[in-house]
Write a protein that binds this ligand. Structure first.
Ligand SMILES: Cc1cc2nc3c(=O)[nH]c(=O)nc-3n(C[C@H](O)[C@H](O)[C@H](O)COP(=O)(O)O)c2cc1C
Length: 189
């Protein structure tokens, strides 16, 4: 698995998925034979972290919970590049994505060591209804969170994205940024 695209939006063909697709397609255009797996969290049945702390056993490799997210977490370990997408919901990532972020606690070992192999690149794709000035802190927070897991992380935000239009309308600047990030992501493959 080369690229893993994880969407936290419940809508498979709207703003968030549209932005993620621009990035994935650009990455594919820059490397041959890219294998990409798309994962819509909203279609899956899984729970949040149960704070069982079994992931802190030295023999554990990640979260031990065996629901649909177990496979996604395995693919996160195996793939070199991730695109993680989310709409902003009430100032944060979607609930669908937050549960996954919590389950990534298992990527931290008992002595706070990173269990994820080094060298992965991640693009976080955020779409929001509000303008540029809103939710900057969310973008920074996600970059820092993933960076602490040893992931080389870039964030793109598509702002002023209306929730009530059937086809996403991205500005030229966002399209160009998404294309550049796809190229950057391809550098990890
Ligand atoms: C429940 C809900 C909460 C939202 N909260 C915010 C918000 O706090 N800030 C914001 O800028 N946009 C907010 N929006 C707008 C969406 O983030 C935005 O339209 C996004 O692009 C939708 O993505 P999608 O097309 O993938 O569903 C909200 C939309 C919904 C449905």
């Amino acid at each position: 698995m080369n690229i893993l695209a994880i969407s936290g939006s419940p809508r498979p063909a709207r703003n968030t998925a549209g932005l993620m697709k621009l990035i994935v397609e650009s990455a594919k255009a820059h490397v041959s034979n890219v294998d990409a797996m798309w994962c819509n969290l909203n279609d899956m049945t899984y729970s949040g972290c149960q704070s069982c702390l079994a992931c802190k056993e030295p023999t554990a490799r990640s979260c031990v919970r065996k629901d649909a997210l177990a496979f996604v977490l395995d693919v996160m370990v195996a793939s070199q590049a991730w695109v993680i997408g989310t709409p902003v919901y009430m100032g944060h990532v979607s609930g669908q994505l937050k549960l996954l972020l919590d389950r990534m606690y298992g990527f931290i070992g008992p002595n706070w060591e990173n269990r994820l192999p080094a060298g992965k690149r991640v693009v976080v794709a955020i779409t929001q209804g509000a303008g540029e000035e809103c939710h900057r802190d969310l973008a920074e927070e996600l970059a820092e969170l993933l960076g602490r897991r040893g992931l080389e992380t870039r964030v793109i935000r598509a702002c002023n994205m209306r929730v009530d239009v059937p086809v996403p309308e991205f500005s030229q600047a966002v399209k160009e940024e998404a294309a550049a990030l796809g190229k950057w992501l391809a550098g990890a493959l």
